[in-house]
Ligand binder design. Structure first.
Ligand SMILES: NC(=O)c1ccc[n+]([C@@H]2O[C@H](COP(=O)([O-])OP(=O)(O)OC[C@H]3O[C@@H](n4cnc5c(N)ncnc54)[C@H](OP(=O)(O)O)[C@@H]3O)[C@@H](O)[C@H]2O)c1
Length: 336
């Protein structure tokens, strides 16, 4: 049996944006794999329909449990309320996995976009995830300022399963184009948050080695079939539609299946189609290169830098963990 880095059977997964689209497909497939699932979105009726659809996929309906919570996650206190409600619904235990899928896109040309709309899209596409993950990590990490099992001689028979945070970004985090000036930056910010947070969490893992480690992942879907896309298309300028010609939207179920497979394989940065996986490897994305010679030079240095960055990231992760081991999880010497 290949190793599964993302076991979900009997574990509790919270899926934001789980009432429709990709979040709903994710919730259903998690239920089919034996997970207990809580979905979060704003609309009550869609939540009720969504949780029923997810429940019908349960591999063991007698033992699996399902719940829905209505909340507007652009508001930070709502994310805290969601986590508190999940913990009390789950007999005082926090969730094991939080998958942030909530998000919307309203593509218009830059000057046709109201200034307030940039904030609204940042709120929905970036801050819903940030609020949810902040509330979750406060709950997961608060318990152990100093790990007593860390003392010499202390033993834990089996290491606890890792907990997981999964963000949902987009192809447009790697390659922005006309019409997405409000959406692409929010999705690129998610990528930066995931990269940065995954390193910071090494501090807690090192300071509290007997607590479940937290792994951070980000999924980068390309276009998703469904109602969200139909609504998006009503906003799009002709040039945006022209630039997207030839795009083949994927079914949310297919994206969910591919994302779950990648998580089980232990991947952090997850793409679900060939084009996005290729663009991911062009680190400058859609940025202007400055001509063919500059592009060749970039290509040459990119080959070298790919290896250098493995060392740089590895060195910074090592320093973070050493610090955690020596001085604890506060990140400051005087608190050790
Ligand atoms: N559609 C695409 O082509 C595409 C491509 C790449 C990436 N993505 C990303 O993939 C994710 C899923 O996309 P999708 O097409 O499946 O979207 P969708 O069908 O529109 O579903 C969005 C979900 O997010 C919830 N939601 C929206 N705002 C919320 C808020 N403020 N608080 C809580 N829940 C909220 C919605 O429910 P309520 O409205 O009831 O709250 C719904 O459950 C999003 O992050 C999207 O940005 C989409």
């Amino acid at each position: 049996m290949p190793k599964n880095d993302f076991p979900v059977q009997g574990r509790l997964v919270v899926v934001t944006g789980g009432s429709r689209g990709l979040g709903l497909a994710v919730g259903r497939q998690l239920a089919e794999k034996g997970a207990n699932v809580v979905i979060v979105a704003r609309d009550h009726d869609r939540l009720t329909q969504g949780i029923e659809h997810i429940r019908q996929g349960a591999s063991n309906p007698k033992t699996q449990r399902f719940h829905q919570i209505s909340a507007d996650l652009t508001l930070a206190p709502e994310a805290v309320r969601v986590i508190n409600e999940v913990v009390s619904w789950n007999s005082g235990n926090p969730p094991d996995i939080v998958w942030c899928c909530a998000g919307i896109s309203r593509p218009r040309l830059f000057i046709d976009t109201l200034v307030s709309d940039f904030g609204a899209q940042m709120n929905t596409n970036y801050f819903t995830g940030l609020h949810m993950v902040h509330a979750t990590l406060k709950c997961w990490l608060k318990s152990s300022p100093k790990d007593t099992l860390n003392e010499p001689g202390a033993q834990l028979s089996t290491p606890p399963l890792a907990r997981h945070i999964i963000f949902t970004s987009s192809f447009l985090a790697f390659f922005g184009f006309a019409g997405y000036t409000a959406y692409s930056p929010a999705k690129a910010a998610i990528r930066a948050l995931a990269d940065t947070l995954s390193q910071e969490l090494g501090l807690y893992a090192a300071a509290n080695p007997h607590e479940p480690h937290v792994r951070v992942h980000a999924v980068f879907p390309a276009t998703i079939q469904g109602q969200a896309l139909d609504i998006e298309n009503e906003y799009k300028a002709g040039i945006t539609k022209k630039l997207e010609e030839g795009d083949a939207p994927q079914a949310p179920e297919l994206i969910a299946t591919k994302a779950l497979k990648a998580l089980e394989g232990g991947q952090e940065i997850i793409t679900t189609d060939i084009l996005t996986s290729l663009v991911r490897r062009s680190m400058l994305g859609g940025s202007i290169r400055g001509g063919v010679l500059a592009a060749i030079w970039d290509w040459f240095l990119a080959g070298i830098m790919a290896f250098v960055m493995i060392l740089v990231r590895g060195d910074m992760d090592k320093k973070t963990k050493e610090w955690g081991r020596k001085f604890g999880a506060s990140g400051n010497k005087h608190d050790a």
